[in-house]
Design a binder for this molecule. Structure first.
Ligand code: ADP
Ligand code: MG
Length: 438
């Protein structure tokens, strides 16, 4: 520390590294005996009526469900995702849906020109919707725009990385700017009762200043995901103060924009080849909804000194565990074999309930015998080789029955029986191994 101007730091010798900090004069008597008394916060009871419970349903069902039943006024949402995944498209559709309901929707872009946004609007057939557009990157200007009477019901800021606030000297997109701009926009959301949606780009590494630093500031965090080569997109809630997290909405990217997929299981299973070895249908739960997916495995002799283990859409640590249990508890020889695992359709699953379906796909590939036709599989595998019951088994079986499946390999101990399914209970992983070896 130095009390006068200096170009060079005395302690480390570096030039131009000092920054000025202005000390506030201490209150008389010092901090310990500060005279200034704070005004107490008003205390209220837990019961009582508050406004703001009203939900603004956009009518885009997949979007509303992920939000927990529509947008909450005065709340802040963050929609993150890779560049080009479809965030601007989705949110223009949301803005148009709200505007068509007769509520005021403002769409502010810091990335695209009005002409570009209008062109997108025409392509998506939204031109008739009375959305209010603006292009600016100045947060002060945005705050003034949103302080109308009455304030807008919805404001979309695309994207938070392009916004800047002139009280900070750093460039747009830096952590400080992103945080300060968001803070100001969230404040205006709470003050006016406007639902504010911030768009944030993430890179694959998640490194760019943006969504990550904002996650704790906003009420709801949604990530828009999908493989570029696949046409469908998943909107996933990773945090929600107003609904279940882990909820997903499924959309299909078309030249007319994002269309809703009300029955994702049918979509995920659409291109399934009949009766090939190495494939098993997993009955999973995404958020509050059951989703059926195909898990594909391929086991082949290796030509490497260390066999390859490649996974797409599942946790590689989890695969290693299933392989280890197969080897150690069931005597399945996997050394000297490459293992490839893929969740078809580009969805990522995180549930341990997929263990048994993964094992079924692996064993089916190894034995070169298809899993019996029209069979769904789920169950968690323990290290001792036991198969454990998972949550919401009924819901999973019901979805399977609805889609025409007739058989299920599941853990033992199910209380309620789904009438239309032929259920085979597996107490241990070796029961499944026996199925493929007899
Ligand atoms: N004229 C077009 N016809 C069909 N699809 C288009 C057209 N223009 C853009 N797209 C699709 O929209 C995507 C861009 O979406 P966008 O909403 O701008 O993404 P983000 O805002 O997440 O960067 C592109 O990846 C492309 O697939
Ligand atoms: Mg965009």
């Amino acid at each position: 520390m130095t009390s006068k101007w200096a170009g060079r730091c005395e302690s480390c010798g570096a030039w131009n590294t000092l920054s000025e900090e202005v000390a506030r004069p201490a209150a008389a008597g010092g901090l310990g005996k500060a005279k200034r008394k704070g005004k107490g916060a008003e205390l209220v009871g837990l019961a009582g009526e508050s406004e703001r419970d009203a939900r603004l349903e956009t009518g885009i069902t997949e979007f509303d469900r992920v939000c927990g039943g529509g947008l909450v006024s005065g709340s802040a949402l963050l929609v993150g995702g890779d560049p080009g995944i479809g965030k601007s498209t989705l949110l223009l559709q949301v803005a148009a849906a709200v505007a068509r309901l007769g509520r005021s929707a403002v769409y502010i872009s810091g990335e695209e020109a009005i002409a570009q946004i209008r062109m997108r609007g025409r392509r998506l057939n939204l031109s008739d919707a009375p959305v209010n557009l603006a292009t600016t990157t100045d947060v002060r200007e945005i705050v003034a725009t949103l302080s109308t009477d009455p304030p807008p019901a919805l404001a979309i800021i695309d994207s938070i990385q392009t916004m800047y606030i002139d009280t900070l000297e750093s460039a747009p997109g830096t952590v400080g700017q992103v945080r300060a701009s968001a803070q100001e926009l969230i404040r205006i959301a709470k003050a006016n009762g406007t639902a504010v949606i911030l768009v944030g780009h993430v890179t694959k590494e998640g490194q760019i200043a943006g969504p990550r630093v904002l996650e704790h500031m906003v009420d709801t965090v949604l990530y828009f995901e999908g493989e570029r080569g696949h046409q469908f997109r998943i909107l996933r809630a990773v945090k929600n103060r107003f609904g279940a997290s882990d909820e997903i909405g499924v959309f299909e990217m078309t030249d007319r924009g994002l269309s809703e997929v009300p029955n994702p299981s049918a979509l995920f299973l659409a291109n399934r080849a009949e009766q090939v070895s190495g494939a098993a249908v997993f009955a999973g739960i995404e958020g509050t909804r059951p989703v059926l997916l195909e898990i594909q495995a391929l086991i082949s002799p290796t030509s490497f000194s260390t066999p390859r283990r490649a996974v797409v859409g599942w946790d590689s640590g989890r695969l290693a565990m299933v392989l280890a249990v197969l080897e150690a508890r069931c005597g399945v020889a996997l050394a000297g074999k490459d293992v490839y695992l893929n969740v078809a359709g580009g969805l990522r699953i995180a549930e341990p309930a997929a263990d048994l379906a993964v094992a079924a796909a692996l064993l089916s590939s190894l034995a070169d015998r298809p899993v019996p036709a029209d069979t769904v599989v789920f169950g968690e595998i323990g290290l001792a080789g036991e198969v454990r019951m998972v949550s919401q088994a009924d819901l999973r079986l019901k979805e399977a029955a609805k889609l025409g499946f007739t058989r299920a390999f599941i853990p033992g101990g199910l209380k309620q029986r789904q009438q239309s399914l032929d259920v085979r209970e597996m107490q241990r992983l070796s029961d499944l191994v026996d199925h493929f070896s007899d």
